[in-house]
Design a protein around this ligand. Structure first.
Ligand code: PRP
Ligand code: URA
Length: 209
């Protein structure tokens, strides 16, 4: 799985273990998802381009390297991807934010689209697609299709827990997309939930279970 990066830093692993715990409450779950997103985002932004800029320190003028505010867009998949936005924006505060609304049909597990609003200049940006759970991969694959139809050429998928089936699906459908995750779990149950996983990420983030 050459397009998979597992961010297995101890801080990430510890925080993921905390959100797996069914006794972790909604407030802590939200905070932890945001923190994990930031730590995974740190790794996923490693190859962002830097541009030269001349200015003065208190001692002398010189050329330094800076990120461009023009270069990035983040696209959470609703609902659960929303929980990762703040963590990524704390690293990239000027990024544009698109939204794709998808839910999994409970019987077919196929994604159903209900909302799509994306920045118009995606072709110029590194796009980070956010969704904490990569299960069958159907939702992420459909979201990446929308983003590609809107011209995006550089896409990374950031999730928190991935299942092997989802990784295989993205690798097959979108071999150009690198997946970053904090943990690669064992398998799915017969309802499409990741095992051992953390349950329904959207419900746990928003307290709707
Ligand atoms: C969850 C999750 C992903 C999707 C993953 O969303 O946030 O979007 O399932 O499953 P897949 O890889 O099999 O497509 P869900 O459909 O529960 O919607 P929600 O975020 O609104 O709760
Ligand atoms: N969506 C979730 O929220 N959790 C899973 O385990 C699978 C899909």
């Amino acid at each position: 799985m050459s397009n998979l990066v597992i961010v297995d830093h101890p801080l990430v692993t510890h925080k993921i273990s905390m959100i797996r715990d069914k006794n972790t409450n909604t407030r802590d779950f939200r905070t932890l998802v945001s923190e994990i997103a930031m730590l995974i985002g740190y790794e996923a932004t490693r190859d962002l381009p830097l541009y030269p800029k001349r200015f003065s320190t208190p001692l002398m003028e010189a050329e330094f390297k800076m990120l461009s505010s023009m270069d990035v867009a983040v696209v959470p998949i609703l609902r659960a991807g929303l929980g990762m936005v703040d963590g990524i924006l704390s690293l990239l505060p000027t990024a544009k934010v698109g939204h794709i609304g998808l839910y999994r049909d409970h019987d077919t597990l196929e994604p159903v689209e209900y909302y799509c609003k994306l920045p118009s200049d995606l072709d110029l940006r590194q796009v980070f697609v956010l969704d904490p759970m990569l299960a069958t991969g159907g939702s992420a694959s459909a979201a990446i299709n929308f983003i590609k139809q809107r011209g995006a050429k550089k896409i990374k998928l950031l999730c928190i827990v991935a299942a092997p089936l989802g990784v295989e699906r993205i690798t097959k459908d979108h071999p150009d997309v690198t997946i970053y995750c904090g943990a690669l779990d064992e398998r799915l149950n017969d309802k499409g939930y990741i095992l051992p996983g953390l349950g329904d990420a959207g419900d746990r983030l928003f307290g709707t279970q």
